[in-house]
Design a protein around this ligand. Structure first.
Ligand SMILES: [Zn+2]
Length: 58
């Protein structure tokens, strides 16, 4: 079993900034995918980068 990169508390608290959809870990747990819009938010050094899509163009 792979260690989860985020604490359960944080994982339960966060949601998609665009549509407030629930987020699930991607298969390799390097990101969080929205269950509604399927957008993948990266996790960097244990911190989920939950920026709206239009701010993640770089
Ligand atoms: Zn979403």
């Amino acid at each position: 079993m792979i260690n989860e990169p985020l604490s359960k508390e944080l994982y339960d608290m966060i949601c998609c900034p665009d549509d407030k959809g629930d987020l699930s870990y991607t298969k390799n747990k390097t990101g969080l995918q929205c269950n509604k819009c399927k957008f993948i938010f990266p996790i960097r050094e244990g911190i989920p980068i939950l920026l709206p899509k239009e701010m993640q163009e770089n």
